[in-house]
Design a protein around this ligand. Structure first.
Ligand code: QUE
Length: 342
C-alpha cells in the first residue's frame, strides 16, 4: 500500500501525501506512485493541471525516509538505498519539465524531499503555516533533490545559509527568496482548491484570485543579518565572520554549523559552488555521486540516529575525529590491539 492518494477532481489531477506518522516523508512506493500518476495525468486530456497537497494538517512533506535509508546502510544494502535516490531524482526531472501546470499547496513543514517535490514545479502556494528547510547537514547528509541547483541561485547567498545551517524559512522570507511563488492564508486554501478544480479560469488567474498582494517586507532586514557571512568563500571564513558578528542571527547560524557533520558541510559547500553554473540534470547527477559517498560514510548513520531515531540531537561525528579526517582508516593502528599491549 502506498502512502499517496491519487484522484481526479474536476479538471485537476490531485496527488495527496498520506503518511502522517512520518510527516509525509517519502518512501520508494510514494515516489513510484507519484511518478506513474504524473504519466497518467499527462496522457489524460481531461486533466488540465496537477495539484500536490498533504491529506493532513501541519505538514507538506518532511523529506525522504531517512530512517529506512539508515537501516539499509547499516545492512550494507547500498544498491537498494541508491535505487531510492535514483527514482526520486528521476521524478524531480519529470516535475521540472512537466507539460501541464503543476501546483503545490504548502500548508506546513516542507523539508528535503518536500522541497524536491514542490520547488521544481511552476506554482508553489505557501500558507502562513508553511515552513521551508534543507536540514540534511544535521544528519550527515547533503542538500539533495536538486538543492545544489536551487540553493546557489537564491538571492543574498541565502541558499548557502539554508543548505549549510538547515535554517527554517517562512512567510515573507520564503517568498522573498523565491521558495514560494504565491502567498495565501490557510483559511483560503479550500476555496483556492475548489477554484483550481472546478472553475474555467486559467491556473494562474485562479491562484491570483486567492493569494495576497505583497506589502512592505520588514523581515528582509533580518534575512540579511542571517546571510551576510555566507558570501565568504570557505567554511573557515564563514565561521570566522559569524563569530565576529555576534548577533542573535549569527549566533544561531554558528551553533547550527558546529552541530552539523563537518564532512557534510564541506561536501555541501562544494556542491553548491559547482551547482550555480550547472543544469538541474547535471546537479542531480553530481548529487547522486555525493549520495553514493554519503551512504558509505559513517556520519550518515550517526546523524540519522541522533536526530531521527534516538532524538538526543548529540551526534558524535566520525568525520570530526582528527585521527580519521582525510586518512584511510587502514593507516591507523588497530586501537584494540594496542590496548591489549598495554
Ligand atoms: C534532516 C533531514 C530530515 C529530517 C531532519 C533533518 C529528513 C526527514 C525527516 C523526518 C522528520 C520527521 C519524520 C520523518 C522524517 O527529518 O530527510 O519520518 O517523522 O525525512 O535534520 O534530511
Amino acid at each position: 500500500m502506498s502512502h499517496v492518494t491519487i484522484e481526479k477532481i474536476g479538471r485537476a489531477g490531485v496527488i495527496g501525501l498520506d503518511r502522517p506518522k512520518a510527516l509525509n516523508a517519502l518512501d520508494l512506493g510514494m515516489v513510484e506512485t507519484i511518478a506513474s500518476a504524473l504519466d497518467d495525468f499527462e496522457a489524460d486530456p481531461a486533466v488540465e493541471l496537477v495539484i500536490v497537497r498533504s491529506n493532513h494538517d501541519k505538514m507538506f512533506c518532511a523529506g525522504g525516509d531517512m530512517r529506512r535509508i539508515r537501516e539499509l546502510v547499516l545492512e550494507n544494502h547500498f544498491e537498494e538505498a541508491e535505487h531510492f535516490f535514483r527514482t526520486e531524482y528521476a521524478l524531480i526531472l519529470r516535475i521540472k519539465s512537466y507539460s501541464k501546470p503543476y501546483v503545490s499547496l504548502i500548508d506546513g513543514i516542507c523539508m528535503g524531499g518536500g522541497i524536491g517535490l514542490s520547488m521544481h514545479g511552476k506554482f508553489r502556494i505557501a500558507s502562513e503555516n508553511a515552513l521551508f528547510a534543507m536540514p540534511e547537514t544535521a544528519i550527515g547528509f547533503i542538500p539533495d533533490v536538486g538543492g545544489s541547483h536551487i540553493l546557489p541561485r537564491m538571492p543574498h547567498h541565502a541558499g548557502y545559509w539554508m543548505g549549510l545551517t538547515g535554517a527554517r524559512v517562512k512567510n515573507f522570507d520564503a517568498h522573498a527568496l523565491g521558495l514560494s511563488t504565491h502567498m495565501t492564508q490557510e483559511a483560503s486554501l479550500h476555496s483556492l482548491f475548489e477554484e483550481l478544480c472546478y472553475s474555467r479560469a486559467a491556473t494562474e488567474t485562479a491562484i491570483e484570485n486567492h493569494c495576497g498582494v505583497l506589502g512592505f517586507q520588514e523581515s528582509i532586514l533580518g534575512l540579511a543579518a542571517s546571510t551576510s557571512c555566507f558570501y565568504q568563500p570557505t567554511l573557515c571564513s564563514i565561521e570566522d565572520c559569524l563569530t565576529k558578528s555576534k548577533s542573535t542571527k549569527t549566533n544561531e547560524a554558528l551553533r547550527a554549523l558546529k552541530l552539523a557533520s563537518p564532512r557534510s558541510l564541506q561536501e555541501t559547500l562544494s556542491l553548491l559552488k559547482r551547482g550555480v553554473g550547472s543544469t538541474l540534470k547535471t546537479c542531480l547527477m553530481r548529487e547522486f555521486e555525493a549520495v553514493q559517498r554519503a551512504i558509505r560514510h559513517p556520519d550518515l548513520a550517526e546523524g540519522v540516529r541522533a536526530v531521527l531515531v534516538d532524538k538526543d540531537h548529540t551526534p558524535v561525528w566520525p568525520s570530526a575525529d582528527p585521527r580519521l579526517a582525510g586518512h584511510k582508516p587502514s593507516k591507523f593502528p588497530d586501537l584494540s590491539s594496542s590496548q591489549a599491549m598495554l
